[in-house]
Write a protein that binds this ligand. Structure first.
Ligand SMILES: Nc1ncnc2c1ncn2[C@@H]1O[C@H](COP(=O)(O)OP(=O)(O)O)[C@@H](O)[C@H]1O
Ligand SMILES: [Mg+2]
Length: 394
């Protein structure tokens, strides 16, 4: 590939862990108030977002939150109802897909089953009438990037799921697009392979230096690979920030709940424990489970309660505690010495929950959906049903 070898350096957008909005650098994709309606369904609702050159940006959200529709509009397969899409400064809103300097990797890979790996990968170059020698050279390079050297003559049916995924990636990369769009590219892989491919996809992106815009409903995937994450809910972007920022400082209750597991405290229990009714979230791993009677040290909040439920998760145990002040809090504890039978006998035990005040993070309510006549916002499914891994990946 002739793309820059790597853009993984300290000046790279989104890697400082601090910037949450628009770090410096050229904008590869600019979305301006992009809206898409399908009849009465508002699939994408006024999205503003900049993706920077060389950045790995993930659009994360539950099923039906408008991610695929957003990606298809960037690719040109779907026309926005309103708003503008710019690629490297140029307004491409109404351009057809093949005029845009982007390529898409689809969830089902869409490989030609009767063609060899090499023929699948060089397909785009054949269409562009690139000569045989150059095709061969670029196929070899693409195979090298996805570590599939030696597989040229196989057919897709003779490959594993992970290898097919790599072929789909090579086929998109060989066209040397400036922006690569990926729609749930790892969803068809089993868990172990998916985790391996997460690391590999990130390495490939760093190596080729192409801007990646990836869509997923899997928060673990988003946290692992991305420079920044845009969290989607009901067609809107709730927060755009680095993975650490999204996890540690979620700005809305939706983000706090969708990315990882979190406890939301507001109203009376918040006043009783923190002296303020304003909503805050506390991550389960930030709460310590103390024995009844234990007192708080400086800067700590203590909440008495009773263990209502225990979930043994192997490496950790998750406790659901009813707090006397009127809330229910989830507490995670690593199983350093605790065994599964210890954990399970904990139910009904009086305890004291202790956490540092600064770990209770203020959140603001999400902006209310716009009330346009004849428009219903697309439904957001319960994220707990959406992803069985959710809440265990921390
Ligand atoms: N071609 C279409 N016609 C009608 N409704 C659609 C179409 N494509 C998507 N939608 C609706 O738009 C919303 C967003 O869908 P989608 O972008 O596929 O979400 P996601 O990729 O986040 O799961 C959903 O309510 C979906 O039913
Ligand atoms: Mg989708």
């Amino acid at each position: 590939m002739n793309a820059p070898a790597s853009t993984c350096d300290a000046t790279r957008p989104g890697t400082t862990g601090k910037s949450t909005t628009t770090p410096a650098g050229e904008v590869a994709v600019r979305l301006e108030r992009v809206t898409k309606r399908f009849g009465s369904v508002l699939a994408v609702d006024g999205v503003d977002l900049d993706v920077h050159d060389g950045e790995f940006l993930t659009m994360l959200g539950p099923s039906g939150s408008g991610k695929t529709t957003m990606l298809r509009m960037i690719a040109g397969f779907e026309l926005p109802t309103a708003g503008r899409i710019l690629l490297h400064g140029e307004d491409v809103t109404e351009w057809p897909p093949f005029d845009r300097d982007v390529n898409t990797v689809f969830q089902d890979y869409a490989l030609f089953p009767h063609m060899t790996v090499a023929k699948n990968i060089e397909y785009g170059l054949r269409v562009k009438k690139v000569g045989r020698a150059e095709r061969k050279q670029r196929v070899d390079e693409a195979l090298d990037v996805v570590r599939l050297g030696g597989f040229e003559e196989r057919k897709p049916g003779q490959l594993s799921g992970g290898q097919r995924q790599r072929v789909a990636l090579a086929r998109a990369l060989i066209n040397r697009p400036r922006v690569l769009l990926l729609d749930e590219p790892l969803a068809a892989l089993d868990r172990k392979l998916r985790e391996e491919m997460q690391v590999e996809l990130k390495h490939i992106q760093e190596r080729v230096g192409i801007t990646f815009v990836l869509v997923t409903h899997d928060q673990g995937e988003a946290l692992t690979m991305s420079d920044r994450i845009a969290v989607f809910s009901a067609g809107r972007v709730e927060q755009v920030a680095t993975p650490a920022e999204v996890y540690e400082h979620p700005t809305t209750p939706f983000v706090a709940d969708f990315v990882g597991t979190s406890n939301l405290l507001s109203g009376e229990p918040a006043t009783a424990l923190l002296g303020d009714p304003a909503p805050v979230t506390i991550r389960p791993e930030k709460i310590r489970l103390g024995d009844a009677g234990e007192t708080a040290s400086d800067g700590e909040i203590a909440a008495t309660g009773t263990i209502r439920d225990v979930l043994y998760l192997g490496s950790d145990t998750r406790y659901r505690v009813t707090v006397d002040a009127g809330a229910e809090l989830i507490v995670d504890r690593q199983n350093l010495t605790v065994t599964s039978s210890d954990a399970l006998t904990a139910r009904g035990r009086p305890v004291v929950l202790l956490f540092r005040r600064e770990h209770a993070r203020p959140v603001t309510k999400s902006a209310p959906p716009p009330s346009e006549p004849g428009t219903t916002s697309s439904a957001t499914t319960n994220p707990t049903e959406e992803d069985p891994d959710r809440g265990v990946t921390q």
